[in-house]
Ligand binder design. Structure first.
Ligand code: NFS
Length: 662
C-alpha cells in the first residue's frame, strides 16, 4: 500500500495533486506500481538490461558475455548479434503498435467517408493537401469521394509489397537520396515488420549492421508511414489542432458529475464518447441520478488526442493511471489499446469504478467488456456512458485534489507553428529559421515518450528548464508533454520565468510558451514534417541532419518510444535516451551510439543525469550550429519597433501577448 513516508520511490512523484492524493487514507490503501517496484526488491537482470539475453530459440535462454568465448549462444551467436536482434525486435514491436493503431484510424476514416460513423471530414484543406501528395484528383469532387479514395490508397500501403511509401516523398530530397543509397526505403508497412521478425528468427540475419539496415527500414515505415498516415487522417477527420487553453491535473475530476476517464490511444473511441456525452438522453440520465452531466477526462495518449483537438482536460499520464482510480471518484475508466496496466482492474476491486475494455484486441481479467463497434460508434459510446452513469450513485468515499490546476496552452501542430511564427498573412517557417540563424533560438529540442516509475518525473522538468534556459525551444509529445504541462512549462509566462533572453523575447512577443505541446506519440510524425519544412525554408542546410535539432525520450518505457527514436535517427536527428539495452555488446553499441552517424547523419546517445542529458542535447545542437557557421556568439539583438510590430502581427488570437496566462 502506498505510504508516502515508507515508499522509497514516492520522492520521485511530482505534482502537488498526486502528492496530495497519496497523503489521503483512501489512496494509502491502493497498491500501485511504486509499491510493486519496492516490493520486488531485486535489481534488473544484467543480461536483460545489457541486451544480451537470447530467448529466440529453445536451446537457451542463453546469457551472453561479450568477449568470453565460452559464453556465446549455444548456436554460436555473439553478444553483438543477440543485442542487435533484441533491439530490432523492440523497434518491430513499437512499429507494429503504431501500425495497428494507424490501420484502425484509416479504417475509421474510410467508414467516415462512407457516412458510416458519427464523424465527418472536418479539415478539407488538409484533405486536399494529402490527396495531392497521393496524386488524387481534387477538382470538382465531393470531400467524401476524395476522402474515400485517399483512405483506400492509405490502407493499401499497409499491405503493399513493392515500391515505396508515398509519404516518403515529403522528406527533404537529400534525405530520400540517403535512404535510397542505404537501401532502406520501406516497401510496405506490414512487410517491414514481418521481415524484421523473420530476420531476427534463429539462424537468419547474424550481422549486426545488416540487422540495423532492416531496423532503419522498419522505423521509416513507422515514422513516415503508419504514424504519419494516422496523424494526418485523424486531423482530417477530427480537425487539425490549433492552440487552446486546457488543464492537465488530477483535480479535473468533478464531484458533481459522472467522471469517465478515457485511457489508451485510438481517438475514434474517445471522439465518439465526446459526441455522446452531449446527447440529450445521456444528459437526462445523468441528471436523473443526481449528476450535472458527464465529465470526460483523458489519460495517456488518448488524453493527448482529445486535449489537442478539443481542449478536454487530462486527468493523468501513464504514471498516474492508478492514481486517477485511487481518487475513488471515477465511475468508469474506458480503455482501448496500449499502455494500460493490468493493475487498473485490481485497484478498483471493491470500489464502484468499472474498467471497461472496448477492443477485441485488448481484454483483461476482472474488467467489463463492451465492444466499441465502429459502424455503430455513437450507440456503442452511449452504451458505455450509460454504464458509467449507473455507477454514480454507488460512489463511496472519494478525494479529488483541490490544488492549483495547471493551465496549459496546447495544440501546436506543425501547421500552427508555421502560422504562429510566420504570421497570419505569410505562413512560413522563415521567422523560426531566422531566429535560429540569428541565435535568439539556439535550436529545437524534442522531449517525447513515456514516464518511468524507476526515475523521478522531475527529470522532464529539469531537462526542459535547462534547455529553455539555454534558448532551446522545446517541442513535446506523449506523456512527456503531460509531465511538462503539470509542471507549468506550457504557460506563456513560463518563458518569462525560465527561458534565456533570446527565446524569452520570441515567446513573449508571439505569446507562446517555451514548451509547445505537439500531440500524442503518433504525432511525433508532426516533428518530421516541421523539420522538413525548416530544411525547405532554407538557410539551415539541405537535410534534417544539418538542422540544430535533437530528440530525447528521457524516461522511455514502451517499445514504441524506441521505434520513434530510431525513426528520428534514420531521418537524421540525433536522439538521447536515459538508457538502451545495448551495453552488453561492445561493437553493436558503438555502432548505434556513433557509427550510425556515418550512415544517416545521426546516432543515439544515452545519459541518465537530467542536467547532463540536457547538456548533451545542447552540445549536439551546437555541433550543428558550428557546422552551419552560425555558432558565433551573438550580441543580444534588441528588437526595434519594426521587428516587434512584425512579430506582434503574428500573435495568436486568444493567446494574449506573452502575459496572458493565469
Ligand atoms: Ni507513448 Fe502514449 Fe505515454 Fe509512453 Fe504510453 S501513453 S504512445 S508509449 S507511456 S508516451
Amino acid at each position: 500500500m502506498t505510504d508516502i513516508k515508507g515508499c522509497q520511490s514516492c520522492d520521485s512523484i511530482t505534482g502537488d495533486s498526486t502528492l496530495d492524493l497519496l497523503n489521503q487514507d483512501l489512496a494509502k490503501q491502493v497498491r500501485t506500481a511504486y509499491d510493486r517496484l519496492d516490493d520486488r526488491g531485486m535489481s534488473a537482470c544484467l543480461f536483460g538490461s545489457g541486451g544480451t539475453c537470447c530467448r529466440i530459440c529453445n536451446m537457451g535462454p542463453c546469457q551472453i558475455i561479450d568477449g568470453v568465448e565460452s559464453m556465446v549462444g549455444v548456436c554460436g551467436a555473439t553478444a553483438d548479434t543477440v543485442a542487435a536482434r533484441n533491439f530490432a525486435r523492440i523497434v518491430a514491436a513499437g512499429t507494429a503498435a503504431h501500425t495497428d493503431h494507424a490501420r484502425e484510424m484509416v479504417r475509421g476514416f474510410i467508414a467516415t467517408a462512407k457516412g458510416e460513423t458519427p464523424h465527418e471530414i472536418k479539415d478539407v484543406a488538409k484533405l486536399h493537401k494529402m490527396a495531392t501528395i497521393f496524386g488524387i484528383e481534387i477538382e470538382d469532387r465531393d470531400k467524401n469521394e476524395i476522402a474515400l479514395e485517399l483512405g483506400e490508397r492509405a490502407l493499401a500501403e499497409f499491405g503493399q509489397q513493392e515500391g515505396t511509401l508515398t509519404m516518403l516523398k515529403r522528406a527533404p530530397e537529400k534525405q530520400q537520396k540517403i535512404w535510397k543509397e542505404m537501401g532502406v526505403e520501406p516497401r510496405g508497412i506490414d512487410r517491414e515488420v514481418v521481415e524484421m521478425m523473420h530476420r531476427t528468427h534463429m539462424g537468419v540475419d547474424q550481422e549486426y549492421k545488416n540487422i540495423m539496415k532492416q531496423v532503419a527500414r522498419t522505423s521509416l515505415a513507422d515514422g513516415w508511414g503508419a504514424s504519419m498516415l494516422s496523424t494526418e487522417l485523424t486531423d482530417i477527420m477530427f480537425g487539425t489542432p490549433v492552440p487552446k487553453r486546457a488543464i492537465v491535473d488530477l483535480g479535473v475530476l468533478r464531484e458533481d458529475m459522472v467522471n469517465v476517464t478515457v485511457h489508451g490511444h485510438e481517438p475514434l473511441l474517445a471522439e465518439s464518447l465526446c459526441l455522446a456525452a452531449d446527447d440529450a438522453e445521456i444528459i437526462a440520465l445523468a441528471k436523473k441520478v443526481g449528476a450535472k452531466g458527464i465529465n470526460l477526462a483523458g489519460v495517456c495518449c488518448t488524453g493527448n488526442e482529445i486535449l489537442m483537438r478539443r481542449g478536454i482536460p487530462v486527468a493523468g499520464s501513464f504514471i498516474q493511471q492508478e492514481m486517477v482510480l485511487a481518487t475513488g471518484a471515477v465511475e468508469a475508466m474506458v480503455v482501448d489499446v496500449q499502455c494500460i496496466m493490468q493493475s487498473v482492474a485490481q485497484i478498483v476491486k471493491g470500489k464502484h469504478t468499472d474498467i471497461i475494455t472496448t477492443n477485441y484486441r485488448a481484454k483483461m481479467p476482472d474488467a467489463i467488456h463492451i465492444q466499441f463497434e465502429e459502424d455503430a460508434a455513437y450507440e456503442s459510446a452511449k452504451k458505455i456512458l450509460k454504464h458509467a452513469i449507473a455507477n454514480f450513485k454507488k460512489r463511496g468515499d472519494f478525494y479529488i485534489p483541490k490544488n492549483k490546476k495547471f493551465d496549459v496552452v496546447v495544440g501546436f501542430s506543425h501547421e500552427t507553428i508555421n502560422y504562429m511564427l510566420g504570421g497570419r498573412f505569410r505562413q512560413s517557417y522563415r521567422p523560426l529559421n531566422d531566429n535560429i540563424i540569428n541565435g535568439r533560438i539556439r535550436g529545437i529540442g524534442a522531449l517525447v515518450g513515456c514516464e518511468h516509475y524507476k526515475y523521478s518525473d522531475d527529470v522532464h522538468f529539469k531537462i526542459a528548464v535547462e534547455l529553455i534556459k539555454n534558448n532551446v525551444l522545446v517541442l513535446a509529445t506523449g506523456c512527456a508533454a503531460q509531465a511538462l504541462g503539470r509542471r507549468g512549462l506550457m504557460r506563456p509566462e513560463a518563458a518569462t520565468e525560465y527561458a534565456g533572453d533570446g527565446l524569452r523575447e520570441v515567446c513573449e512577443t508571439v505569446g507562446m510558451p517555451p514548451v509547445l505541446h505537439v500531440g500524442s506519440c503518433v504525432d511525433n510524425s508532426r516533428l518530421l514534417i516541421a523539420l522538413t519544412e525548416m530544411v525547405n525554408e532554407g538557410g539551415l542546410g539541405d537535410d534534417i541532419s544539418q538542422i540544430p535539432a535533437v530528440g530525447s525520450a528521457p524516461l522511455w518505457m514502451s517499445e514504441k518510444a524506441v521505434a520513434i527514436g530510431q525513426y528520428f535517427v534514420t531521418s537524421g536527428a540525433h536522439v538521447v535516451f536515459q538508457d538502451l539495452p545495448v551495453t552488453g555488446a561492445k561493437k553493436f553499441s558503438q555502432y548505434i551510439l556513433e557509427g550510425l552517424k556515418e550512415d544517416y547523419g545521426a546516432c543515439w546517445g544515452v545519459e541518465k543525469d537530467p542536467i547532463k542529458h540536457a547538456r548533451a542535447m545542447i552540445a549536439a545542437i551546437d555541433e550543428k550550429r558550428e557546422a552551419l557557421g552560425i555558432n558565433k556568439k551573438q550580441e543580444r539583438v534588441l528588437m526595434d519597433m519594426q521587428m516587434r510590430r512584425d512579430l506582434e502581427g503574428q500573435a495568436l488570437p486568444g493567446m494574449g501577448c506573452g502575459h496572458g496566462g493565469n
